[in-house]
Design a protein around this ligand. Structure first.
Ligand code: GAP
Length: 445
């Protein structure tokens, strides 16, 4: 991650997220808990919508990818087999003078503290990142279990059950979304590095001979997801191929976005070879469940895995950073005195509110409410009848509502409303009967 930090923009985004109930600290009245974040009334629908886009794109729209929803706690042997218990750790050092703690691999000069300049750093120590708990009434090592550190391991473990249930043949994938937990030493950059976060992962099982073709295919599919579905410009993404690969892998790449605090990874696409399936075979001793039997050749072998792995919270943070704008356009025409509006240009398909219905006067409620009730069947809607229209537009701009509909005193006569576009600020009269299709075309284009 580069050092060019735009604190100003980041601070504004964090403040907006709190003020408008998008994302804020967990347990705030107790002082918060480092690395844990709550999604409020405007954040929860955003995160769900992004997750739903991913699920539709990766699972529902494909014949060769199946969905899974596994438990967060698995048999502890899963994490022994995956290598997490032995190796999933960060090497840390403490400054004995100012007491700051650092990841050794992130120190530019491993001999001096970047905070106070002292050379009194402790010998590096390993910290395991797995979150530990106990299952059952006895709190001893025999009953220890772990919250999953990645969502993909249960996919490997369930491979054969899913394959039999769905009658899939190689090549095919299994996908899941859900919580993952890591006891990160330095949670930072708002939600970017959290201790509890959501992952969206797809493991694609194939023959080794065709695995690089699939790797390249998924690279392109994932690029399209960010550019075509989420509207991120190509130039704002960077593809960072790994120079150092795990011994079993043929290729790996990180997709990075330019956050205000520098380039940061949002997704990894990894060729994982047969590592995971062979390790689970070794630890579970269930060869039949970990290998694939080819009916044609009568051969049994470990499938090779190509993985796409992204963080939902990081994608939401990317969308929020990408959307944030202070617009000095002609806002006065909307009756506002100040000439700066904060506007979130969120993609309409994931905006927490897609359509806001605003009667010009409370007297128009009888006309406006049925319009809102009809539209909420298809879209995420809000109803706002308080304050000047200009102020109401600003409130919706701040949470990224792409369309505001004004119901006015002409509406009962012409059976139409004024639709105001967040980005262009243009207004158009649209008949009530045509509203649903008018909005649908623009929101899901
Ligand atoms: N199964 C492979 C795997 O978990 P990873 O690079 O450790 O790979 C994948 O994680 C993605 O999960 C990352 O690209 C990132 O988007 C997200 N992620 C990882 N650690 C995170 C954290 N502490 N907070 C938020 N997101 C995280």
């Amino acid at each position: 991650m580069s050092n060019a930090v735009d604190n100003d923009v980041m601070n504004k985004i964090v403040a907006l997220c709190k003020r408008r109930g998008i994302i804020f600290q967990s347990s705030e009245i107790y002082g918060g808990i480092n690395g844990f974040w709550d999604y409020g009334p405007m954040g929860a629908p955003l995160r769900r919508a992004v997750e739903q886009c991913w699920w539709k794109y990766m699972v529902e729209d494909r014949d060769n990818v199946e969905g899974l929803d596994s438990t967060i706690i698995c048999h502890p042997e899963v994490w022994r087999a995956s290598g997490h218990l032995a190796q999933f750790s960060d090497s840390m050092t403490d400054c004995m003078v100012c007491k700051k703690r650092y990841r050794v691999d992130q120190l530019e000069d491993p001999h001096h503290c970047p905070n106070c300049g002292s050379d009194k750093l402790t010998e590096p120590r390993e910290f395991n990142l797995m979150m530990k708990t106990f299952v059952g009434p006895v709190f001893d090592e025999e009953h220890a279990a772990y919250l999953r550190a990645e969502t993909c391991q249960p996919i490997f473990v369930d491979f054969n059950t899913v394959r039999i249930a769905t009658r899939q043949k190689l090549p095919f994938g299994i996908a899941q979304t859900g919580k993952a937990f890591r006891n990160e030493i330095n949670p930072r950059f708002f939600t970017f590095r959290s201790r509890e976060f959501m992952q969206m992962e797809m493991e694609f099982f194939c023959r080794d001979s065709e695995s690089m073709e699939w790797y390249n295919y998924w690279r392109e599919e994932r690029r399209k997801f960010y550019t075509d579905i989420l509207g991120i410009e190509d130039g704002k993404l960077q593809w960072h191929d790994h120079d150092k690969l795990a011994h079993y892998a043929k290729a790996a790449v990180d997709i990075e976005y330019k956050f205000p605090f520098g380039w940061g990874e949002i997704e990894g696409i990894h060729h994982r070879g047969t590592w995971d399936m062979s390790r689970h075979c070794e630890y579970s001793k269930q060869e039949k469940d970990c290998k694939y039997f080819d009916q044609d050749t009568k051969e049994s072998f470990f499938p090779t895995v190509v993985e796409t792995s992204c963080g939902l919270d990081r994608i939401c943070l990317m969308l929020l950073c990408n959307a944030y704008d202070e617009d000095t356009a002609a806002t006065q025409k909307e009756g506002m005195e100040e000439d700066v509006r904060i506007v979130m240009h969120l993609p309409a398909r994931v905006a927490p509110v897609q359509v806001a219905v605003m009667p010009l006067s409370k007297k128009l409620e009888e006309k406006a409410q049925p319009i809102r009730q009809a539209l909420r069947k298809k879209f995420r809607t809000a109803y706002d009848d308080s304050g000047s229209i200009g102020k109401r537009y600003r409130r919706q701009d701040e949470v990224g509502t792409p369309f505001c509909l004004t119901v006015d005193f002409d509406t009962p006569n012409d059976q139409a409303v004024t639709v105001r576009d967040r980005d262009t600020m243009t207004q158009e009269r649209v008949g009530i009967d045509a509203l649903a299709s008018y909005l649908d075309e623009r929101i899901y284009k």
